[in-house]
Design a protein around this ligand. Sequence first.
Ligand SMILES: Nc1ncnc2c1ncn2[C@@H]1O[C@H](COP(=O)(O)OP(=O)(O)OP(=O)(O)O)[C@@H](O)[C@H]1O
Length: 286
Amino acid sequence: MIEAHQLRRTFGQRQAVADLSLSVRRGEIFGLLGPNGAGKTTTIRLLSGQIIPDSGWARVAGCDVARDRLRLKQRIGVVFEEQNLYERLSARANLRFSCWLYGLPEKRIDEVLTLVDLRDRAREPVGKFSQGLKQRLLIARALLHQPSVLFLDEPGRGLDPISAHTVRQVIRQLSEAGTTILLTTHLMEEADQLCQRVAFIVNGRLVANDTPRHLKLQHGKRLLQVTLEEQQDHSRRLCDITLKLDDVGDQQRLTRWLSEGRVRALHTQEASLEEVFFRVAGVPLS
Ligand SMILES: Nc1ncnc2c1ncn2[C@@H]1O[C@H](COP(=O)(O)OP(=O)(O)OP(=O)(O)O)[C@@H](O)[C@H]1O
């Protein structure tokens, strides 16, 4: 659904996006992760046809992003952080205005309000909305024309945990219904919980692209923490021992303890996505 090949975009001397290639399947939730100024927003602007690449190409929802921008606009939705809502108007009136502006049928309003679970609040002025409600309304607005690809720039930024959870639920439901989602984020937890695949971007370049699970396994410490029961005099006590998964001696010790029935718990020491980012990219995420 999204296919980019060697995309490049420079602003003056600054290469904002450098030879970026990626592909995203239909219905997939794909996260672009990187520190400030890494090139995430520029990538969305390139893939949504808002700016033209200096070189390389991309196809999104069957459209060439540089040559087919009008058709592309009809097939994608974009939610940027700084987008404006009319604060004095109700949520419904905001959506009605967008329908009027883009010649869309008003019957979609109830459908998108239901999708983002905002029907109960639709009559209230947007100025009274929390950040999370506004984010859901922005997503609703971007869905009015039933796009097959949705770009979300930092959907979780500034949201409290409950609002962030609700927005994540909305994104999951959209993906299950077949919408392809590319989002940018600084929030590792968001990426880990939500994205089926993530790419790390640093100085405009992709430095990793895989599932969060694979990345964590690949860059994890491969250590195992064993909680073992020990007999001491006439009492039993528990102790924690760390084993190396790749050490033959440690493997034999574990097998013996298991056969003796002394193992009470086992935990792998998986790296967090944040640690993986630091290891792969060589810079902290924030
Ligand atoms: N219109 C522009 N003119 C000049 N430089 C730009 C422009 N847009 C982006 N840049 C530069 O390109 C680089 C990448 O910016 P971009 O906004 O894509 O990063 P980002 O990863 O989205 O950052 P953030 O997380 O802070 O939003 C930055 O150095 C930025 O200053």
